[in-house]
Design a binder for this molecule. Structure first.
Ligand code: OAD
Length: 249
């Protein structure tokens, strides 16, 4: 297959140049180069070091709310100190260059927002936001006291991070918007995700069912690799910067 000097197939360059609707799905891998840990990598992934059943389920919160709150406070601190990397910045640039660009993310960090993307569908919530475990209201400010977790100013319930835990449903509007964006695009990018967690893992396959080209950007193989139309193996920071340079510059 003919390739650009950055090893990007020329046919992919043409597909990207012609696409009016591009949808990108990101996972933890895009934030890895910003120092935010991924989940499933053998040595460094969060789920290799911590048990999600003890930290990321409603049952875990009921059992030990303080442990769960503090674990998320630690992760929130990591995210606050991280900065968008060239991969985030390339996706923000794509949103400026492509007529209709939709970014679906499974990440709960705010690095896509800080990079400048505006049309973002956050499937798994936002670690920087807080809501009540009891009345479910989003809470902007709450009294800092010795109580951990803090209490809801509306109903007195315990506050929790506004993220989706195992066993919980995704926000329905976000999921509907993501399904539509996967169905109705001219090209789909799957970036830095293990393609293991549903329903996000189905999104690239929905695009493929509609004969939409799907590009996987990941240093490792995933369950999508055999089906993807194009595979760009490598870290998303470098691959996405090359892609923007080769296609639009
Ligand atoms: P995973 O940790 O499952 O997968 C991260 C993927 O990123 C792997 O396929 C890596 O090969 C890839 N990767 C690592 N470094 C990369 C880099 N520099 N550039 C590109 N890719 C790289 O993370 P997710 O697929 O996002 O859910 O996990 C999905 C969901 O599972 C998360 O949203 C989280 C987790 O449980 C919730 O917390 C609800």
């Amino acid at each position: 297959m003919n390739q650009t000097p950055d090893s990007i197939p020329l046919r992919l360059v043409q597909d990207l140049q012609q696409a009016k609707y591009i949808t990108a799905l990101t996972g933890a891998g895009i934030s890895a180069e910003s120092g935010v840990p991924t989940f499933r990598e053998a040595q460094t992934g969060l789920w290799a070091r911590y048990d999600p059943q003890q930290l990321a389920t409603p049952q875990a919160f009921r059992r030990n709310p303080r442990l769960v709150w503090e674990w998320y406070a630690w992760r929130r601190e990591l995210v606050s100190q991280a900065k968008p990397n060239p991969g985030h910045l390339a996706l923000a640039e794509m949103e400026r260059l492509v007529p209709h660009f939709t970014l679906i993310t499974q990440n709960v960090d705010d690095l896509h927002i800080r990079a400048g993307n505006q049309n973002i569908i956050a499937l798994h919530g936002d670690i920087l936001k807080t809501r009540c475990f009891n009345c479910r209201m989003l809470v902007d400010s709450y009294q800092q006291s010795s109580q951990i977790p803090p209490h809801c100013p509306h109903c007195g319930g315990l506050l929790r991070p506004d993220v989706v835990w195992f066993g919980e449903s995704l926000p329905p509007k976000a999921l509907d918007a993501a399904l539509a964006a996967a169905r109705d695009c001219d090209l789909f990018l799957s970036i830095g995700t293990s393609t293991l967690v549903e329903p996000a893992a189905s999104l690239p396959f929905i695009a493929l069912q509609n004969n939409t080209p799907v590009v996987e950007i990941n240093p490792e193989e995933t369950p999508l690799s055999n089906a993807a139309t194009y595979i760009l193996r490598g870290a998303s920071g470098q691959v996405l910067s090359n892609l923007v340079r080769s296609v639009w510059k």
